[in-house]
Design a protein around this ligand. Structure first.
Ligand code: NAD
Length: 333
């Protein structure tokens, strides 16, 4: 299949691109290369005969129409994704996560593209005090990031109802694995620990996330792309609910460090306490997570340990990272 992947230079998108090429697909990757987009993530495939990179913005109609011309499917990973950044500066989130999604939907409509998967998040359901959310749970986003993703989802569902477009949504849970930008909890903590810096843990450390390995997340998206029903939403969760403190302890243990490395910091405003997904719909289609959580997390720690060429460039040379880190620590001093 010839597909347009948007945001394929980021963490999950680059994993998906590598897998799609390995599975025999032809991939056009449209990415704006924001601070989070990283060509190093695709070094292994940049000269692949079935791969083409296009530098561009999903909000730009002409660019999208050109990129999508002749493709059978679009898979959209492109988004602003960091909750903390959305609290400081929400505008870019509204642009890409809402207007960008709309621009892709318009391209599906104009070009008659056969399938589109919008990659969304469990954060649209907000904090879940008890039980797990099915796909019909109401939207209750807490952060500007989650609200922008929810608005993107609503556009997708509206385009299905109004124009009968062949569009589907996946809602993944917190994802981890190699190549994740080191501002996110797991890679931030691993790389801080590797450099002897404190691990800044929010609040009481007891916020719960359902962790999903990036390979399992991409396998779920692939299944929805191949067999999902238009207009349908599919939860993808790892079934690994852990507190941030439990995650921190595994990372420290893998590196032979003690809890003295933790620095407790004031909680994030509007911090959701718990996310939890009911994934029966996708499981009924044959998907189930393959990666054991603790094994996957320990392997991820070792990947960052063995690939400091990948993250040291970002942490020490990227202006976007250095400025964000300075601001983040100043606000919590
Ligand atoms: P990421 O921040 O690592 O990568 C985002 C990519 O999108 C980057 O390559 C960036 O350059 C690109 N991009 C941003 N704005 C763009 C624009 N206007 N036009 C074209 N490209 C643009 O993100 P990620 O963690 O890989 O997440 C990918 C998707 O999965 C997002 O939609 C996110 O909401 C969703 N998701 C992520 C997680 C997670 O835990 N990381 C969990 C569930 C869902």
């Amino acid at each position: 299949m010839k597909m347009l992947v948007c945001g394929g230079a980021g963490f999950i998108g680059s994993n998906f691109v590598r897998r799609a090429l390995a599975a025999g697909h032809e991939v056009i990757n449209l990415d704006k290369l924001t601070y989070a987009g990283n060509p190093d993530n695709l070094r292994a495939v940049e000269d692949h005969p079935r791969y083409r990179f296009l530098h561009g913005d999903i909000c730009d109609r002409e660019t999208v129409l050109r990129a999508a011309d002749g493709v059978e499917a679009i898979v959209n990973f492109a988004a602003e994704t960091h909750v903390d950044r959305s609290i400081v500066d929400p505008e870019a989130f509204l642009r890409t996560d809402v207007l960008g999604t709309y621009t892709l939907l318009e391209a599906v409509r104009a070009l008659g593209i056969s399938r589109m998967v919008q990659v969304s998040t469990d954060e649209v359901y907000g904090s879940v005090s008890e039980g797990s959310c099915t796909e019909d749970a109401p939207y209750a986003p807490s952060s500007p990031y989650a609200a922008a993703k929810a608005a993107g989802d609503l556009q997708v569902l509206a385009y299905f109802r109004t124009y009968a477009l062949p569009v589907m949504i996946t809602r993944g849970s917190n994802t981890y694995g190699p190549h994740q930008y080191p501002e996110k909890l797991i890679p931030l903590f691993i790389t801080n620990a590797l450099e002897g810096e404190p691990l800044p843990l929010y609040g009481d450390g007891l916020n719960v996330r359902d962790w999903l390995h990036v390979d399992d997340h991409c396998a779920g998206i692939e299944l929805v792309l191949a067999h999902g029903e238009p207009g349908q939403v599919y939860n993808i969760g790892g079934g690994n609910e852990r507190t941030n403190l439990e995650i921190t302890r595994i990372i420290l243990d893998e590196l032979g460090l003690g809890e003295g490395c933790i620095r407790w910091v004031a909680d994030r405003p509007g911090h959701d306490r718990r996310y939890s997904l009911d994934c029966s719909r996708l499981r009924a289609m044959g998907w189930q997570p393959q990666v054991d959580f603790e094994t996957g997390l320990r392997e991820t720690v070792r990947w960052y340990h063995d690939n400091d060429w990948w993250w040291k460039k970002i942490k020490h040379e990227s202006e976007a990272f250095v400025a964000w880190k300075r601001r983040w620590y100043e606000e919590r001093a």
